[in-house]
Design a protein around this ligand. Structure first.
Ligand code: GLA
Length: 409
């Protein structure tokens, strides 16, 4: 894959905001909280992922895109160079901390991401002083569209601008990932932060997490839209099980490496033939996890070809196949998500559907014919309410540009 060096511009861009009022509200709130106007406005979007789930931390392939939902930060210098004050407009909450004390025990929830970002900058030797900030978001929380990456990357963008830091866009993504690892403690791959920073309007981007090369690809089906169905459930297993899956994959790599007398760095180097050959020395779980990752990488490669060909049927089948593998082999789905995918499978307007993101709740991603979206949503909403007593939240998204500085309205 060829590395493309067209990184997002540092110059302010006029944003085509999904919700212009979000920007106005953030600026307004900054004035209310801090009695002056902010110096910097930045945004970073959430993401979808067409295919390539739980492959990123296995040096595999992913095919995400940034969406037209974002987190906006307004930032200014703090009068006290040691103190940061950050107000979360959506929650009506404020945190205040000393830049020299980033102990994560002093906060929780969204505050962890903020502290994590400041710590990420400091550990990379970037000089940051006290700042005041207000943020708000149109990325739905905890629904598998990476509200946390949007938060991290938006604040990183804003800090880069305010403190005039020389940080490459790719490094923004890595700093966001560092924050996620060290503060909330989720040992995530790079997909979410990468797409939030590097996403492009109307395009998906295939990232090879082994060598970090990437390639943009147009989405070729003008009659279809991405419809996310938020199950509105989040089973508590999600972050602990995430780290367990990562460990199981590493164990499988270790065992197969020993048996082959080689030192495989990741599942990416292991073929299906090798996996089958060594099935006996792996636990059932280790085998299944590896099976998902190896087949999912193959599905991403095939998806790239089918997108180029515009082969609707295969694009859809690959999405369903990914879901079944996540459900049966990786075991990160849940009854609510399986129900939603089954509904999609039975609807004539849906090309493909699967759970998206870490799993155990959150969204399904569905490719739906434009003129059948309303029917699909109303049928599925009714069926889901009847079976689970839960109201579904449908979200129709477009592929959008990644993080950037917003010029003042
Ligand atoms: C979460 C993580 C990503 C990725 C997905 C699963 O979104 O943050 O790095 O591993 O789960 O594909």
């Amino acid at each position: 894959m060829n590395q493309q060096n067209q990184s997002p511009s540092r110059n302010p861009i006029k944003m085509n905001m999904h919700a212009p009022s979000l920007l106005d509200r953030v600026v307004e709130e900054f004035k209310i909280q801090f009695n002056r106007t902010p110096l910097v406005l930045a945004q970073a979007p959430g993401r979808i992922n067409l295919i390539g789930e739980h492959t990123d931390y296995n040096e595999g392939l992913v095919l995400p895109g940034a969406i037209d939902r974002n987190t906006i930060f307004a930032l200014g210098f703090s009068p006290d160079a040691q103190i940061c004050e950050v107000h979360a407009l959506d929650m009506g909450e404020m945190i205040r901390f000393d830049i020299g004390d980033l102990n994560k025990m002093q906060t929780e929830g969204w505050g962890l991401y903020i502290l994590g970002v400041v710590a990420a900058l400091q550990q990379a030797d970037y000089e940051v002083r006290g700042f005041q900030a207000v943020f708000a978001s149109s990325v739905p929380l905890g629904s598998g569209v990476s509200s946390s990456a949007a938060l991290e990357c938006s604040l990183l963008m804003a800090c880069r601008e305010l403190f005039d830091l020389d940080i490459e866009p790719f490094e923004i993504a890595k700093l966001g990932q560092w924050a996620e690892h060290h503060y909330p403690g989720v040992l995530c791959g790079l997909m979410d932060q990468f797409s939030s920073v590097m996403g492009r309007k109307d395009q998906l981007v295939c990232l090879d997490c082994r060598d970090l090369s990437y390639q943009y690809i147009d989405f070729p089906l003008p009659d279809y839209r991405f419809v996310l169905l938020n199950s509105n459930v989040k089973h508590s297993l999600s972050s602990s099980e995430y780290n367990v899956r990562k460990r199981e994959c590493q164990e499988a790599v270790q065992l197969i490496s020993q048996a082959e007398g080689e030192n495989f760095p990741s599942l990416r180097e292991i073929t299906m033939t090798q996996l089958e050959k060594h099935q006996r020395i792996l636990s059932r779980k280790q085998y299944l996890r590896a099976h998902h990752v190896i087949t999912e990488n193959a599905r991403v490669m095939q998806m790239m070809q089918e997108l180029v060909r515009g082969n609707e049927e295969m694009i859809g089948s690959l999405m369903f196949a990914s879901h079944y593998s996540l459900r049966d082999a990786y075991e990160v789905s849940c009854p609510e998500l399986d129900f939603l995918v089954m509904q999609a499978e039975n609807h004539p307007g849906v090309l493909g559907s699967r759970m998206m993101g870490g799993g155990f709740g959150g969204c399904t991603i569905n490719l739906v014919q434009v003129d059948r979206i309303a029917d699909f949503i109303s049928q599925t909403t009714e069926a889901y309410l009847e079976s689970y007593g839960i109201q579904l939240t449908p979200i129709t998204v477009k592929l959008a540009d990644g993080a950037g500085i917003i010029s003042f309205p």
